[in-house]
Design a protein around this ligand. Structure first.
Ligand SMILES: [Zn+2]
Length: 352
């Protein structure tokens, strides 16, 4: 048999992380833009945090740029921003914000086939470094293919200003790689799904670093942001190597996305992942207690009621999570978990 394997890997070419790196935007744009203008997608709050500054840096360097302020990552907002970007003859998209602005910008860059630069203002999840966007349609969020950032500018002096809850959630999103890898290994054994040990090793390293240093994740400390963001970026690298979100997204993410759909806006993504990872670790027969104690070191609760999530919704979120993304085989299997099994996993771990 002839050798037929191939794989594509897309990486960001420049990653800037640390204090005051926002000013690098002009150099990055100059290196990546071919023609057209720069369109900056940002929000009402994030424009003050970093959006305006990005625009000023570009204007100072005589780079034609336009700011678009938008809201949640819905199809309506995406379409409006897409049309405006076309009017501005966008040649490069910049997303300045938490999750939704980056999702909209990376999706537009993908649709227009132009470079995308990620400027996260919160360290709350690993979407800042991934080629996936979650866009809401009729209140239901769907994970879609989008552009991989050509560059990421993660300014810790900006990110330290957001509430600590976001940093804790970002750390949990990375720590939950632990269960994502268990699921990936399981899919490899059961389904013969291709497994990349190098990608898994990096994803696991990122999680282990934060587990070991969980006590150093503290409010109002820029170095804590630095610690977490570096591992968010490492997680992104693992996804780039695998050309898939597999190393950082397993059953815990299916539960997290299902929870967001069934009970939107209660907990933020990383918190939902933390809850999901405890359920998943329990189902894998792993050490779920140490996961909970790690999360508690930086004040993250895994109790559903602390987020205003009802027992019934939580049970449903676990039972039907496998339907979120059917091709992603995990410990949750291919049929609804029985009510009893879901209830046991949730009550024994203290989530209910
Ligand atoms: Zn995530």
């Amino acid at each position: 048999m002839e050798f037929e394997k191939f794989r594509t890997m897309q990486f960001p070419r420049d990653i800037y992380v640390g204090h005051g790196v926002l000013s690098q935007i002009k150099n990055i744009v100059k290196r990546n833009i071919i023609d057209g203008s720069v369109v900056i997608i940002t929000g009402e709050n994030t424009i003050k945090l970093a959006g305006n500054e990005v625009s000023i840096h570009l204007t100072d360097a005589s780079i034609d740029n336009h700011l678009i302020i938008t809201g949640a990552a819905t199809y309506d907002n995406l379409e409006t921003c897409l049309n405006q970007s076309k009017e501005y003859k966008a040649g490069l998209m910049v997303g300045v914000g938490g999750g939704s602005k980056i999702d909209i910008a990376k999706k537009i860059a993908f649709l227009l086939d132009i470079p995308f630069v990620s400027v996260p203002t919160t360290p709350s999840h690993d979407g800042i470094a991934s080629p996936r966007a979650s866009i809401k349609k009729n209140g239901w969020s769907v994970s879609e293919q989008a552009a991989m950032p050509v560059s990421i500018i993660a300014d810790t002096s900006v990110m330290v200003k957001v509430p600590f809850r976001y940093l804790a959630a970002g750390a949990a999103d990375v720590i939950s790689n632990e269960t994502a890898i268990l699921d990936w290994k399981l899919a490899n054994r059961i389904k013969g799904e291709e497994f990349s040990s190098s990608a898994a090793a990096i994803a696991e390293y990122a999680a282990k670093e934060l587990i070991e240093k969980a006590h150093l994740i503290l409010p109002n400390v820029e170095e804590s942001v630095w610690l977490v963001v570096k591992q968010i970026l490492a997680s992104g690298t693992s996804m780039a190597i695998a050309s898939s979100s597999r190393p950082a997204s397993g059953s815990e993410h299916l539960i997290a996305h299902n929870l967001e759909n069934l009970s939107p806006g209660k907990a933020i993504h990383g918190e939902q992942c933390a809850i999901g990872s405890v359920v998943s670790m329990f189902l894998h027969g792993g050490d779920w207690k140490s996961l909970i104690s790690t999360y508690s070191k930086f004040g993250l609760s895994i109790r559903a009621r602390d987020y205003g999530i009802s027992d019934e919704v939580m049970i449903q979120a676990v039972r039907s999570a496998h339907k979120i993304r059917k091709e992603r085989f995990t410990i949750l299997g291919e049929v609804d978990l029985s009510r009893e099994a879901a209830y046991n996993a949730l009550s024994i771990t203290g989530i209910l």
